[in-house]
Design a protein around this ligand. Structure first.
Ligand code: ADP
Ligand code: MG
Length: 383
């Protein structure tokens, strides 16, 4: 990838620049917990973005996307926004830095490429934002702290790309470390690294390549359910419960008669899922990957039967994993399509992948895409 980028950089701009990289991410466990003030548990992966960058002595950014074979040129003012959607990520990062730090940027040339599959649930967009946020901070000596770099990526999505995302993707992409997952408390934003050295196991994503239309309306309904339950718990004598993070199953049982069965199931899932993240962290401190896997299956079950955000394709992949004796498997991401994440013993890997591809294709007419991942470093300068 480096050679591919550099030959384009040299051809277009002459000479050479400095390389910066960042990464896509997975989330091992903790789904639909973020907006409930709970925990997520992401890590950066060995698929990322790489950019060669150098100051150009002008007040313009000239940037070339090697993968899309597309070029954009823009200034730093709001009205200079490029039209290409990929370039808006780079422009947005520049603008968000300027909003925070003033007129600190100067023109630069850049060529970049990546190997995070687009739109597959590994956050290629966060990899792109964090590569440039990290690089510009370093090149211009801005000393922006890492959390702020993540926020710069998040605000880029909000303000320049029309995606109203949380902080997890950019956080993981900036903070990621090889051999570590990071538990992020979505309420306090405290975080802690946990060792992830699954010797004898592999992590693999199976992308169903489906995205059901239901996703956004269902998401809003789920959020509404969570809010109803919080309101009911507050009214039942627990005014300090502000989010489901503050609730437990006892409180939920106390309001059972005052909420719908559906809202009950939604809240049950969230309360249990927040606890599962903590359980997985404990298990990792003991190197207990069997418990990690068990919790992943519990998450899948909860997402499928209680939160009801799975779909036929994802349940099918989960069933095959179970049949093959895979250690852990669950839908990753918001649901209604996308990937399953699987923790698989080395000796079962080939058999599992072969069977999953064959049986999925026989049922749904196409194979899932297979993405093995290794937990790796996030944003960094390549010396
Ligand atoms: P994801 O879930 O992978 O983040 P998004 O739709 O949020 O999917 O972001 C994908 C967008 O990010 C692409 O449409 C493109 O604009 C940009 N992008 C991602 N990877 C690359 C790349 N390698 N080269 C150029 N642009 C990219
Ligand atoms: Mg994205």
């Amino acid at each position: 990838m480096k050679e591919r980028i550099h030959s384009q950089f040299e051809k277009r701009f002459g000479g050479s620049g400095t390389f910066y990289a960042s990464a896509g991410r997975i989330n091992l466990i903790g789904e639909h917990t973020d907006y409930n003030g709970g925990f997520v548990f992401p890590g950066a992966i060995d698929k990322g973005m790489l950019a060669e960058i150098r100051l150009n002595g002008t007040d313009k950014v000239r940037v070339y996307s090697v993968d899309l074979d597309d070029y954009a040129e823009f200034g730093f003012a709001e009205e200079d926004a490029p039209s290409a959607s990929w370039a808006r990520y780079v422009f947005g990062v520049c603008r968000e830095i300027i909003k925070r730090r003033g007129d600190v940027l100067k023109g630069f040339d850049a060529a970049f490429a990546g190997d995070v599959p687009l739109g597959a649930g590994m956050s290629s967009s966060a990899a792109l934002e964090s590569t440039f946020a990290f690089a510009l901070d370093d090149i211009f000596g801005l000393c922006i702290d890492k959390f702020e770099l993540a926020r710069i990526g998040q605000s880029t999505e909000h303000n320049y790309c029309g995606v109203n995302c949380g902080i997890m993707d950019q956080f993981a992409s900036i903070f990621g470390k090889a051999g570590s997952l990071i538990r992020l408390d979505c309420r306090s934003l405290e975080y802690k690294y946990y060792p992830f050295h699954p010797e004898g196991y592999r992590l693999v994503l199976l992308d169903s390549v489906v995205k059901h239309e239901l996703a956004s309306s269902a998401y809003n309904q789920r959020r509404a359910s969570c809010e109803h339950v919080v309101a009911a718990i507050q009214a039942a004598g627990y005014p300090s419960v502000k989010l489901l993070r503050d609730a437990d199953m006892e409180m939920l049982s106390a309001v059972r008669g005052r909420i719908s069965d559906e809202d009950y199931m939604r809240a049950e899932y969230v309360i249990e899922e927040i606890q599962r993240v903590l359980d997985v962290c404990d298990a990792l401190e003991r190197d207990d990957y069997e418990t990690v896997g068990k919790k992943m299956y519990e998450t899948h079950h909860g997402m499928s039967k209680l939160y009801e955000v799975s779909c036929e394709e994802l349940d099918f992949l989960n069933d095959i994993a179970r049949e093959c004796g895979v250690t852990g498997s669950r839908v990753m991401g918001g649901g209604f399509g996308g990937c399953t994440i699987n923790l698989v013993k080395d000796e079962l890997y080939d058999m599992f992948i072969e069977k999953a591809c064959r049986e999925f294709a026989a049922r749904f007419g196409h194979e899932p895409k297979v993405y093995p991942v290794v937990i790796s470093d996030g944003a960094r300068k390549i010396e």
